[in-house]
Design a protein around this ligand. Structure first.
Ligand SMILES: CC(C)(COP(=O)(O)OP(=O)(O)OC[C@H]1O[C@@H](n2cnc3c(N)ncnc32)[C@H](O)[C@@H]1OP(=O)(O)O)[C@@H](O)C(=O)NCCC(=O)NCCS
Length: 196
């Protein structure tokens, strides 16, 4: 079982009881979808008739064996609710590069430093599990919370794709962020210090 404990948030594997939170993020608590890749268009509304099928699919995916290291861990507020998830993609073992992503779906918990804590815990976990020289993430210029969260984690913007994203009729820049080798080494040291 994978579990990474911070001061205020816990990263952990999904549990059967998480189905309700996942349903909530597809039906009632949906504002996060306006910020995570909104150019992909509105997420299909989950009509009543499809809810039970969706819940069954989530339950089935939770029951699947999980890869090591994990592609995704769930973010839980310690002493509080499930908030969202962190994920990794495009891992290139030869180039020793990985991309990370995050969604804190519970909007009442935004702007309290929890996303930054979760993303740093996740990066430290991946740096420990995988031999990485570079961690990347991406967002768009209208997502000020994510831009700030990335900066607080130590990322710097290394590519700006001018006007490449259209969101709700406005043009925004696509932003690629990088945590370079020096910064990754620092995260490794932070991890080692917290383990001793
Ligand atoms: C983006 C996200 C992960 C950040 O997590 P969070 O817990 O809200 O982030 P933090 O509280 O650690 O940091 C947010 C920062 O943005 C700042 N911020 C918020 N609104 C802002 C605005 N309009 N302009 C500038 N900065 C802003 C906050 O003040 C805070 O910075 P500070 O700590 O220096 O004051 C979370 O808000 C989220 O999941 N949003 C919806 C989905 C999403 O956007 N996912 C990312 C897709 S790339």
């Amino acid at each position: 079982m994978a579990e990474v404990r911070g001061k205020r948030v816990l990263l952990r594997d999904p549990r059967p009881a998480d189905v309700d939170a996942r349903l909530r993020w597809a039906t009632v608590e949906t504002e996060w979808q306006n910020w995570d890749a909104p150019w992909e268009g509105p997420v299909e509304e989950l009509v009543e008739a499809r809810v039970s099928k969706y819940a069954a699919n989530i339950a089935a995916s939770i029951a699947q064996p999980l890869p090591s290291p994990r592609r995704q861990l769930w973010v839980e507020r310690i002493g509080g609710p499930l908030l969202g998830w962190v994920g990794q993609y495009h891992h290139d073992p030869e180039a020793r590069v990985i991309h990370v992503g995050i969604d804190i779906c519970e909007s009442a918990y935004w702007n309290q430093g929890l996303g930054t804590e979760a993303l740093l815990l996740w990066i430290d976990h991946l740096v420990k599990e995988l031999d990485l020289t570079c961690v990347r993430t991406a967002t768009w210029s209208g997502n000020h919370r994510m831009v700030r969260c990335a900066e607080k984690c130590g990322f710097v913007a290394d590519k700006v794709h001018r006007g490449s994203r259209e969101v709700r009729g406005e043009r925004y820049d696509g932003l690629d962020f990088i945590l370079n080798q020096e910064a990754v080494s620092k995260r490794r040291e932070v991890h080692d210090e917290t383990q001793t």
